[in-house]
Design a protein around this ligand. Sequence first.
Ligand code: PMP
Length: 392
Amino acid sequence: SADQILEKRKKFLGPSLFYYYQKPLNIVEGKMQYLYDENGRRYLDAFAGIVTVSCGHCHPEVLNAITEQNKLLQHATTIYLHHAISDFAEALASKMPGNLKVVYFVNSGSEANELAMLMARLYSGNLGMISLRNAYHGGSSSTIGLTALNTWKYPIPEGEIHHVINPDPFRGVFGSDATRYAKDVQDHIEYGTSGKVAGFIAETIQGVGGAVELAPGYLKQVYDIVRKAGGVCIADEVQTGFGRTGSHYWGFETQGVIPDIVTMAKGIGNGLPLGGLAVLRVIDKEKRQAHCADVGSHLIGRLRSLQDKHDIIGDVRGRGLMVGVELVTDRKEKTPAKAETAILFEKMRELGVLLGKGGLHGNVFRIKPPMCFTKDDADYLVDALDYAMSEL
Ligand code: PMP
């Protein structure tokens, strides 16, 4: 039972893990966009295991690929040849613009970013890395420094990592003025890193930070500044990749730039710590990018209508199926509605919808379901939110 699991978890897994919901949810099964608890109750999964289950829980084609491969061979490493590794690298490269044609496989987003940072430093010969405030790039000993959320209190060795102002159109000091935010990068390079920099890393929609889409035109200006200072430009596509944004396959394309290094994880494996050709195949075959655009615009449209009805909705933002709903108690002051968010979050679970939450003040609902999420699912989610907000 949930209670027994919780007791064991507390005893053997230590206090660093946290869980959602006052009474934690015990999930026993998943099918596409649905999760089932120990009592067989079905939930609409609007968070996809933190944006990881891209194709859907236990998608039959992905499941089949995993099963067949496991029957044949589980592990041999790259010291021998195996077609799957080079086939997948080729498929991934075919999705990339420009010179982005060489792939290196690791096991997680943190490792990918760690390696990208190492490459940037070795290539440039410089030490200073720049990341955005409100960013999440991993929890390993070196990427934790790139991660710049208010909850992170990791001491970063001086001169090594600089956190610049994130160009947040809703809360940012310069609104949507990309040029003024880009100037902050220039200033950090001039005064913080003596004119030289190893690299710059950013998500195009900050995920854990609360679905904050960077002001349009920002990356173009920053990439120029960083490259002039000898640095390498890294796009973290751990959450924004694989067509989820609907309009583009990769998040960086929404800003019209081509990075030097792209890192990815999560959705690449549909829940396994590896990249799978079957995942790319399903996304293509089932036209998931176009589907995300279609369902996403329906969802965002309906959420915007809901915003007219409920003052608590301060901002609705995002692209495709990477959506954020920021709750405020006062629209003008943008006062974070922390307590209300917590209540609504529990209420939505009661109504059978599992949301994500995040943002600097913990007042943003993150809606990032498996990409098989339908318009009916979106309607159910919005109706449930409407009901919960009306009750509130
Ligand atoms: N980058 C981003 C944008 C992420 O959201 C995450 C995970 N939340 C990571 C990197 C780290 O990935 P992993 O948890 O696989 O190490």
